[in-house]
Design a protein around this ligand. Structure first.
Ligand code: GRF
Length: 215
């Protein structure tokens, strides 16, 4: 069983997807803590409703990134977390922290990385006129929205789409691939080789566009 801490800053819909997956009897991971840098994050209520311990480490209470991250690290130790899932966590993590947790931090990003790193991804995807958009679960590296890709899900952009409904459609895919990626990792089916994640071929999930295979 993989003991996971989920770091959030906001509404926590991906957190909810992870909570729901972990509630399944055979799921190989469990959430030992939800940590938020934002005391008002809606996701904290979701954690409480699921009886998951929570902690708030408010970045505003610290004078620099390092002391904030050390406080987060302290909480992770208290909860005996062995793995971290970032789920809408809006703070950039320093290289020191990321290297301390090397290959043990997972993130979800609402674009088909390496395209559209950063914020406002669907607005930028629409401006660029892409035909497909989607989401990516990846291992975190010190550079923002960078690191070995575990799973991606894609959908075709409808000419009628605006950024809001595209974001909503992508979010539905996020809620599918984030638990799926965590499951693959917790089962030990993923190995990291340089910039790439290699998934045991026999266990590729069979979910249409969700695939580590090139389309
Ligand atoms: C999601 O779109 C996720 O991909 C991005 O931040 C958003 C968080 O949403 N990293 P939620 O808090 O999980 O609902």
């Amino acid at each position: 069983m993989l003991d996971v801490a989920v770091l959030i800053s906001g509404r926590g819909s991906n957190l909810q997807a992870l909570i729901d997956a972990c509630a399944q009897p055979d799921f190989p991971a469990r959430i030992v803590a939800v940590i938020s840098n934002n005391p008002g994050a809606g996701g904290l209520e979701r954690a409480k409703a699921a009886n998951i311990p929570t902690a708030v480490v408010n970045h505003r209470d610290f004078e620099d990134r390092e002391s904030f991250e050390n406080a987060v690290d302290e909480e992770l130790k208290n909860f005996k977390a062995k793995f971290i899932c970032l789920a809408g966590f809006m703070r950039i993590l320093d290289g020191r922290f990321v290297n301390r947790w090397k290959d043990r931090i997972l993130n979800i990003h609402p674009s088909l990385l390496p395209s559209f790193k950063g914020l406002h991804t669907q607005e930028r995807a629409l401006e660029a006129g892409v035909r497909f958009t989607g989401c990516t679960v990846h291992i975190v590296r010190p550079e923002m929205d960078d690191g070995p890709i575990i799973l991606q899900a894609a959908l075709a952009v409808d000419p009628e789409d605006d950024a809001d409904n595209l974001s909503a459609k992508v979010l539905e895919l996020e809620h599918i691939i984030y638990p799926e990626a965590l499951k693959l990792i917790a089962l030990g089916r993923v190995s990291i080789s340089g910039n790439k994640a290699i998934i045991d071929k026999a266990t590729y999930p069979d979910k249409g566009l969700i695939s580590p295979d090139p389309v």
